[in-house]
Design a protein around this ligand. Structure first.
Ligand SMILES: NC(=O)c1ccc[n+]([C@@H]2O[C@H](COP(=O)([O-])OP(=O)(O)OC[C@H]3O[C@@H](n4cnc5c(N)ncnc54)[C@H](O)[C@@H]3O)[C@@H](O)[C@H]2O)c1
Length: 357
């Protein structure tokens, strides 16, 4: 594991929200490998199966079930655990579900983030906070240019808009209560992290491409591709997670002079059409076929999304380690081979990832 991450996290108290979803369990395993003490605060796992249950993640953290909208409980958790780091990932993360349930999406994402920020404001200790949003926070420009951090925020669908709203509330708290120039008084440092479309073993969320492929393959069915021409920045789940941790380490060393938001995307060559990702996944699986089924009444989703990660590269020395082909292969390998001991297989892939240059 990288020395700078070990030095930052070994023996530290880390509060993770969203630890029962897809990214969360991977993060719990990394933090355990780095020697951190982790408390996870989220709803119970929603998917069946769930990565959280498969890896027995209650062994890796203090597991607290709760709602981000429940301000009192969140305040109590923060006061009691006294986190030195907060990695806030808890959110209603699905675009299509956000059309079905916009209120829940805005409430969980915006109010949830506000409650995390306010729990930190009330609590007097020193803390580094990485608030996870998404590459979808940018107002759709229609241009081919990759979004940079200072581009205009926006969001057409409720999920994207709720995350753009999170960016604004984080910015407000940063300026009003956690201003870098007054760090010696409040001892908080907060930034947002915006990552691309994530794939990896252990994701069983509805309406996500790779879980859809895996579900179809395991049932011996053809894969239905809804949106073949959509272009997305694909990356393995370990890419943004290494980004969030590297950002947290950077903020802890440079609490005063640092940028407030960072993109973590793949290289330009890994910005691929959905159809290409399906083809690569089937190739890695060794069999299977797909058909396209475009719904003319499907709700709006951005056709093209690219983010520029030059800031993370320059300031954090972060860069992607696995290209899209490797990310897809590792993902398929996980679903095929992790069944006997999912935790051991996850640890093995984490070590492979950090060993890659
Ligand atoms: N998966 C992706 O492709 C992707 C891309 C960019 C950004 N993100 C962001 O990364 C974060 C993690 O994504 P994921 O794929 O693991 O999501 P996920 O949907 O798999 O997991 C969401 C987690 O948030 C928790 N949660 C949701 N609403 C909650 C509430 N009201 N109270 C408490 N906990 C709540 C769930 O219990 C779960 O633990 C999210 O903030 C998401 O928006 C994800």
């Amino acid at each position: 594991m990288p020395q700078h991450l070990r030095e930052t996290f070994a023996g530290k108290r880390v509060l993770v929200t969203g630890h029962t979803g897809f990214k969360g369990p991977w993060l719990l395993v990394i933090l355990e490998m780095l020697g951190a003490t982790t408390l996870g605060y989220s709803l119970e796992p929603e998917t069946k199966p769930s990565m959280f249950e498969l890896i027995g993640a209650t062994r890796l953290c203090r597991h607290e079930t709760g709602d981000l909208r429940d301000r009192q409980t969140l305040n109590r958790i923060v006061d009691d655990f006294e986190p030195e780091f907060v990695l806030h990932m808890g959110a209603q993360s699905l675009v299509r579900r956000s059309y079905r349930d916009p209120l829940e999406t805005f409430d969980s994402n915006f109010t949830g983030t506000l409650n995390v920020l306010d729990a930190l404001r009330r609590w007097g200790g020193a803390c580094v906070g990485v608030m996870v949003t998404t590459d979808k926070v940018y107002a759709e420009s229609g241009s081919l240019r990759a979004y940079v951090e200072d581009d205009k925020l926006g969001g057409h669908d409720p999920y994207s808009a709720s995350k753009a709203a999170c960016e604004i509330v984080v910015d407000s708290y940063r300026k009003s209560f956690f201003h870098p120039s007054k760090h010696a008084e409040h001892r908080k440092v907060i930034a947002t992290a915006r990552a691309g479309n994530v794939i990896g073993g252990g994701d069983w969320c509805e309406d996500r491409l790779v879980p859809d492929v895996v579900r179809a393959m395991s049932r011996g069915e053809r894969v239905r591709v809804r949106n073949p021409r959509a272009v997305r920045p694909w990356q393995h789940v370990l890419e943004p997670l290494s980004g969030y941790l590297t950002l947290a380490a950077h903020l802890s060393k440079h609490p005063v002079s640092t940028e407030a938001s960072f993109n973590f995307g793949p290289d330009e060559s890994d910005v691929l059409e959905v159809e290409r990702v399906v083809q690569l996944a089937l190739q890695a699986w060794g069999s299977g076929s797909y058909y396209t089924d475009i719904d003319p009444n499907a709700p709006h989703e951005a056709a093209l999304l690219r983010i520029n990660s030059d800031r993370a590269k320059a300031k954090l020395n972060w860069r992607p380690r696995w290209n899209a082909t490797t990310a897809i292969e590792k993902t398929v390998e996980w679903y095929r081979h992790a069944t006997r001991d999912p935790l051991a297989y996850t640890r093995k892939q984490i070590l492979e990832y950090f060993a890659a240059s």
